[in-house]
Design a protein around this ligand. Structure first.
Ligand code: BEZ
Length: 259
Protein backbone atom coordinates (compact mmCIF):
# COMPACT_ATOMS: atom_id res chain seq x y z
CA UNK A 1 0.00 0.00 0.00
CA UNK A 2 1.42 3.36 -0.98
CA UNK A 3 0.52 6.09 1.47
CA UNK A 4 -0.42 9.53 0.21
CA UNK A 5 2.15 12.29 0.60
CA UNK A 6 1.36 14.82 3.37
CA UNK A 7 -1.01 17.57 2.35
CA UNK A 8 0.67 20.83 1.43
CA UNK A 9 -1.24 24.09 1.55
CA UNK A 10 -1.41 26.73 -1.14
CA UNK A 11 -2.17 29.70 1.12
CA UNK A 12 -2.68 32.11 -1.83
CA UNK A 13 -5.31 29.86 -3.48
CA UNK A 14 -6.91 29.34 -0.07
CA UNK A 15 -7.32 33.08 0.42
CA UNK A 16 -8.38 33.93 -3.12
CA UNK A 17 -10.87 31.15 -3.93
CA UNK A 18 -11.83 29.57 -0.63
CA UNK A 19 -12.73 32.54 1.54
CA UNK A 20 -16.08 30.81 2.18
CA UNK A 21 -14.22 28.86 4.88
CA UNK A 22 -13.72 32.08 6.87
CA UNK A 23 -17.14 33.47 5.83
CA UNK A 24 -18.96 30.49 7.34
CA UNK A 25 -16.71 30.69 10.41
CA UNK A 26 -18.29 34.01 11.36
CA UNK A 27 -21.38 32.16 12.64
CA UNK A 28 -19.11 30.19 14.93
CA UNK A 29 -17.69 33.42 16.34
CA UNK A 30 -21.25 34.34 17.39
CA UNK A 31 -21.37 31.10 19.34
CA UNK A 32 -17.95 31.84 20.86
CA UNK A 33 -19.14 35.30 21.93
CA UNK A 34 -15.65 36.66 22.68
CA UNK A 35 -15.37 39.19 25.51
CA UNK A 36 -12.91 42.07 25.84
CA UNK A 37 -9.74 40.96 27.60
CA UNK A 38 -10.30 37.23 27.11
CA UNK A 39 -7.41 35.14 25.84
CA UNK A 40 -8.45 32.97 22.90
CA UNK A 41 -6.59 30.32 20.95
CA UNK A 42 -7.59 29.95 17.29
CA UNK A 43 -6.58 26.38 16.52
CA UNK A 44 -5.96 25.82 12.81
CA UNK A 45 -6.12 29.55 12.14
CA UNK A 46 -5.23 29.37 8.41
CA UNK A 47 -4.54 32.82 7.00
CA UNK A 48 -5.80 34.59 10.12
CA UNK A 49 -9.09 36.18 9.02
CA UNK A 50 -11.19 34.78 11.85
CA UNK A 51 -8.47 35.49 14.43
CA UNK A 52 -8.70 39.12 13.33
CA UNK A 53 -12.49 39.14 13.71
CA UNK A 54 -12.19 37.65 17.21
CA UNK A 55 -9.54 40.24 18.12
CA UNK A 56 -11.98 42.98 17.06
CA UNK A 57 -14.08 42.08 20.14
CA UNK A 58 -11.15 43.13 22.30
CA UNK A 59 -9.90 39.59 22.94
CA UNK A 60 -6.20 38.66 22.91
CA UNK A 61 -5.91 36.04 20.18
CA UNK A 62 -3.14 33.59 19.37
CA UNK A 63 -3.47 31.77 16.03
CA UNK A 64 -1.83 28.38 15.62
CA UNK A 65 -1.50 26.41 12.40
CA UNK A 66 0.85 23.65 11.31
CA UNK A 67 1.32 25.08 7.82
CA UNK A 68 4.28 27.46 7.48
CA UNK A 69 2.66 28.98 4.36
CA UNK A 70 -0.59 29.73 6.16
CA UNK A 71 1.26 31.28 9.10
CA UNK A 72 3.42 33.37 6.79
CA UNK A 73 0.33 34.79 5.07
CA UNK A 74 -1.50 35.27 8.39
CA UNK A 75 1.46 37.35 9.71
CA UNK A 76 1.47 39.33 6.48
CA UNK A 77 -2.32 39.89 6.61
CA UNK A 78 -2.39 40.86 10.30
CA UNK A 79 1.05 41.96 11.54
CA UNK A 80 -0.36 43.13 14.89
CA UNK A 81 -1.66 39.70 15.86
CA UNK A 82 0.27 36.69 17.17
CA UNK A 83 0.56 33.60 14.98
CA UNK A 84 2.57 30.50 15.77
CA UNK A 85 3.45 27.59 13.53
CA UNK A 86 2.93 24.38 15.53
CA UNK A 87 1.26 20.98 15.41
CA UNK A 88 -2.12 21.19 17.15
CA UNK A 89 -1.54 17.79 18.70
CA UNK A 90 1.44 19.02 20.68
CA UNK A 91 1.02 22.77 21.03
CA UNK A 92 1.59 23.62 24.64
CA UNK A 93 1.10 27.31 25.53
CA UNK A 94 2.99 29.03 28.39
CA UNK A 95 -0.34 30.27 29.79
CA UNK A 96 -3.70 28.51 29.39
CA UNK A 97 -6.49 30.27 27.47
CA UNK A 98 -10.04 31.33 28.38
CA UNK A 99 -11.35 29.76 25.19
CA UNK A 100 -10.35 27.71 22.19
CA UNK A 101 -11.93 28.40 18.82
CA UNK A 102 -11.49 26.07 15.85
CA UNK A 103 -13.15 26.36 12.46
CA UNK A 104 -12.78 23.76 9.66
CA UNK A 105 -9.55 22.46 11.12
CA UNK A 106 -10.13 19.51 13.47
CA UNK A 107 -10.92 17.21 10.52
CA UNK A 108 -7.28 17.62 9.45
CA UNK A 109 -6.14 16.20 12.80
CA UNK A 110 -6.74 12.44 12.80
CA UNK A 111 -4.96 11.96 16.12
CA UNK A 112 -8.14 13.21 17.80
CA UNK A 113 -7.48 11.86 21.32
CA UNK A 114 -4.13 13.57 21.45
CA UNK A 115 -5.61 16.80 20.13
CA UNK A 116 -8.38 16.60 22.77
CA UNK A 117 -5.76 16.19 25.52
CA UNK A 118 -3.83 19.11 24.10
CA UNK A 119 -6.93 21.33 23.99
CA UNK A 120 -7.76 20.34 27.57
CA UNK A 121 -4.29 21.32 28.75
CA UNK A 122 -4.41 24.58 26.80
CA UNK A 123 -7.62 25.73 28.59
CA UNK A 124 -8.01 27.37 31.99
CA UNK A 125 -10.44 25.69 34.39
CA UNK A 126 -13.81 27.20 33.42
CA UNK A 127 -12.64 27.61 29.82
CA UNK A 128 -14.66 26.69 26.74
CA UNK A 129 -14.05 24.98 23.43
CA UNK A 130 -16.11 26.11 20.42
CA UNK A 131 -15.43 24.12 17.26
CA UNK A 132 -16.89 23.22 13.90
CA UNK A 133 -15.54 20.72 11.37
CA UNK A 134 -16.51 17.93 8.97
CA UNK A 135 -18.65 15.15 10.42
CA UNK A 136 -19.27 11.58 9.30
CA UNK A 137 -20.50 11.60 5.70
CA UNK A 138 -18.79 14.90 4.90
CA UNK A 139 -17.94 15.20 1.16
CA UNK A 140 -19.33 11.70 0.54
CA UNK A 141 -20.28 12.47 -3.07
CA UNK A 142 -16.96 14.21 -3.80
CA UNK A 143 -15.00 11.25 -2.43
CA UNK A 144 -17.09 8.81 -4.44
CA UNK A 145 -16.43 10.84 -7.60
CA UNK A 146 -12.68 10.95 -6.92
CA UNK A 147 -12.63 7.23 -6.19
CA UNK A 148 -14.54 6.26 -9.30
CA UNK A 149 -12.46 8.48 -11.58
CA UNK A 150 -9.18 7.22 -10.12
CA UNK A 151 -10.32 3.62 -10.54
CA UNK A 152 -11.25 4.30 -14.16
CA UNK A 153 -7.60 5.27 -14.68
CA UNK A 154 -6.25 2.25 -12.79
CA UNK A 155 -5.60 3.93 -9.42
CA UNK A 156 -7.07 2.96 -6.09
CA UNK A 157 -7.78 5.27 -3.22
CA UNK A 158 -7.56 3.43 0.06
CA UNK A 159 -9.80 4.67 2.83
CA UNK A 160 -6.94 4.30 5.35
CA UNK A 161 -4.77 6.72 3.42
CA UNK A 162 -7.23 9.64 3.50
CA UNK A 163 -5.86 12.60 5.45
CA UNK A 164 -9.19 13.43 7.14
CA UNK A 165 -11.10 12.52 10.25
CA UNK A 166 -14.88 12.95 9.99
CA UNK A 167 -16.37 11.55 13.22
CA UNK A 168 -20.01 10.99 14.10
CA UNK A 169 -21.44 13.33 16.74
CA UNK A 170 -21.62 10.65 19.45
CA UNK A 171 -18.09 9.47 18.74
CA UNK A 172 -16.59 12.93 19.09
CA UNK A 173 -18.71 13.97 22.07
CA UNK A 174 -17.65 10.76 23.86
CA UNK A 175 -14.03 11.41 23.06
CA UNK A 176 -14.26 14.89 24.59
CA UNK A 177 -16.14 13.54 27.63
CA UNK A 178 -13.48 10.89 28.14
CA UNK A 179 -10.95 13.70 28.26
CA UNK A 180 -13.00 15.42 30.97
CA UNK A 181 -14.95 18.00 28.95
CA UNK A 182 -18.64 18.65 29.57
CA UNK A 183 -20.27 18.83 26.14
CA UNK A 184 -23.05 21.41 26.47
CA UNK A 185 -23.99 21.73 22.80
CA UNK A 186 -23.53 19.46 19.79
CA UNK A 187 -25.17 19.50 16.35
CA UNK A 188 -24.60 17.53 13.16
CA UNK A 189 -26.01 19.20 10.04
CA UNK A 190 -25.72 19.30 6.27
CA UNK A 191 -24.22 22.50 4.97
CA UNK A 192 -24.15 22.46 1.16
CA UNK A 193 -21.32 24.85 0.34
CA UNK A 194 -21.27 26.82 -2.94
CA UNK A 195 -17.86 26.91 -4.63
CA UNK A 196 -16.80 29.94 -6.60
CA UNK A 197 -17.07 29.96 -10.41
CA UNK A 198 -17.23 27.41 -13.21
CA UNK A 199 -13.90 25.97 -12.01
CA UNK A 200 -15.12 25.73 -8.41
CA UNK A 201 -14.78 21.97 -8.12
CA UNK A 202 -11.41 21.93 -9.86
CA UNK A 203 -10.10 24.65 -7.55
CA UNK A 204 -11.41 22.70 -4.57
CA UNK A 205 -9.64 19.56 -5.81
CA UNK A 206 -6.42 21.49 -6.41
CA UNK A 207 -6.64 23.10 -2.97
CA UNK A 208 -7.72 20.20 -0.81
CA UNK A 209 -7.16 17.07 -2.86
CA UNK A 210 -3.59 17.83 -3.82
CA UNK A 211 -2.17 14.74 -2.16
CA UNK A 212 -4.34 12.45 -4.33
CA UNK A 213 -2.89 13.91 -7.46
CA UNK A 214 0.74 14.14 -6.39
CA UNK A 215 1.23 10.45 -7.19
CA UNK A 216 -0.31 10.78 -10.65
CA UNK A 217 1.67 11.93 -13.71
CA UNK A 218 0.98 15.62 -14.33
CA UNK A 219 -0.28 15.03 -17.89
CA UNK A 220 -3.07 12.77 -16.54
CA UNK A 221 -4.21 15.07 -13.75
CA UNK A 222 -6.25 17.34 -15.99
CA UNK A 223 -8.03 14.42 -17.61
CA UNK A 224 -8.85 12.84 -14.27
CA UNK A 225 -10.16 16.13 -12.88
CA UNK A 226 -12.39 16.50 -15.96
CA UNK A 227 -13.64 12.96 -15.37
CA UNK A 228 -14.45 13.80 -11.73
CA UNK A 229 -16.39 16.86 -12.91
CA UNK A 230 -18.39 14.77 -15.38
CA UNK A 231 -19.29 12.23 -12.72
CA UNK A 232 -20.25 14.82 -10.11
CA UNK A 233 -22.05 17.37 -12.29
CA UNK A 234 -25.50 15.70 -12.00
CA UNK A 235 -25.27 15.75 -8.21
CA UNK A 236 -23.24 18.81 -7.31
CA UNK A 237 -23.77 21.38 -10.06
CA UNK A 238 -26.90 23.42 -9.45
CA UNK A 239 -28.17 26.71 -10.83
CA UNK A 240 -24.89 27.45 -12.57
CA UNK A 241 -22.51 26.64 -9.74
CA UNK A 242 -20.79 23.82 -7.92
CA UNK A 243 -21.98 23.00 -4.42
CA UNK A 244 -19.80 20.83 -2.17
CA UNK A 245 -21.64 18.29 -0.01
CA UNK A 246 -20.31 19.45 3.34
CA UNK A 247 -21.67 18.08 6.59
CA UNK A 248 -20.72 19.79 9.83
CA UNK A 249 -20.27 18.97 13.48
CA UNK A 250 -20.60 21.96 15.78
CA UNK A 251 -19.59 21.55 19.39
CA UNK A 252 -19.37 23.62 22.56
CA UNK A 253 -17.61 21.94 25.48
CA UNK A 254 -16.52 23.19 28.89
CA UNK A 255 -13.54 22.47 31.08
CA UNK A 256 -15.42 22.85 34.34
CA UNK A 257 -13.86 24.30 37.46
CA UNK A 258 -12.84 21.64 39.96
CA UNK A 259 -15.30 21.59 42.93
C1 BEZ B 1 -14.17 20.55 4.83
O1 BEZ B 1 -14.05 21.73 5.19
O2 BEZ B 1 -15.14 19.86 5.13
C2 BEZ B 1 -13.09 19.92 4.04
C3 BEZ B 1 -12.16 20.70 3.44
C4 BEZ B 1 -11.17 20.09 2.74
C5 BEZ B 1 -11.11 18.74 2.60
C6 BEZ B 1 -12.03 17.97 3.21
C7 BEZ B 1 -13.05 18.56 3.92
Amino acid sequence: MQSLPPHTWNAGLYDSKHHFVADYGEQLIELLAPKPGESILDLGCGTGHLACKIAAFGARVVGVDNSPDMIRLACQNYPDLTFIQAESSDYCPDEPFDAIFSNAALHWMPDAERVAACMWNALKPGGRLVAEFGSRGNIRAILTGINQALQAYGYYLLQETLPWYFPALGEYASLLEKQGFRVVYAADFDRPTPLEGEDGLRNWLAMFGGSFFQLIPADQTDEIMADIETRLRPMLYRDGRWVADYRRLRIVALKEQAE
